[in-house]
Design a protein around this ligand. Sequence first.
Ligand SMILES: *[C@@H]1O[C@H](CO)[C@@H](O)[C@H](O)[C@H]1NC(C)=O
Length: 303
Amino acid sequence: MTILRAFILLFIFELLPSTSLNLAPSSLLETAIRSAYVAGNLMTSATASDKGVEVTKLNKKDLLTKIDPLCEEAIKKTILARFPDHLILGEESVEPGPSASSMALSSFLEKSRATKKPLWIIDPIDGTTNFVHDLRYSAPSVACCVNGEVVVGCVFDPYANETFWAVKNEGAFLNGERISVKPEACLEDSVIAMGAPPGKLSASKSIKGFEGLLPKVRTIRMLGSAALMLGWVACGRLNCYWEWDLSSWDVAAGGLIVEEAGGRMRGLEEDTLKFDVSERKIIADDGKCGNDVREVLKESGLF
Ligand SMILES: *[C@@H]1O[C@H](CO)[C@@H](O)[C@H](O)[C@H]1NC(C)=O
């Protein structure tokens, strides 16, 4: 009886998503969401000692807890159970630092191209400092790339129980409802988010940018999770988010969610037309204020 019921449930679960999307992206999406949930549940059930900082990576500001590798393993296991031959690039499997991160990405993209296998780019806990300090704004981020392009992305906020996802050309969603950016007519009315990055150079760029921007916008927020700030641009809570130095796993899922919500995800220095996961300096916007923000950053001497 129970086995029969399990079979029926499994059958329904397999059928449901494929009715609205074609099969391949929907099974990638289902796996992305499922794996983000597994990691998110580990985050919310973590005890205080689990959140103890195990290692500081590059410097005292770059933290790693006991839970990060557990979440990464859980995400990988979930993906590989469904797609045993797919490639996975995870933050915790790469040495700290921008150059190791860029090298790992290009070698995985190359491998993905050569083997024609999808590449998953995952961040088990985006916003680790928030996680450690109980600031309740951090999230697993799971993206899948085909031919070097992100086709599916999911960011799950386990505290607010908010699931952001997007499928290439199929739109962006929050808890199953379609979302879109909310363009603000002028920069003075825009709420801008930015990073407070640990690196010396990116910190000094951020301070300059903050100084230039603050008098010209409604306000600035530094919320501490790139993946979630991108989700928040996508659903219209923020007009723009920029950051000087990020890795592919911070932005892969969120970038697609912004684009599919009608926003723009671009390189900060050069006006790239299309979002590229190798881009480490990014600006995401509501389709409107990003150009003005870039002008102010340029005037402030960032580039
Ligand atoms: C979280 O949200 C989903 C809908 O996205 C809902 O089905 C689920 O019951 C919620 N869980 C909790 C614990 O509120």
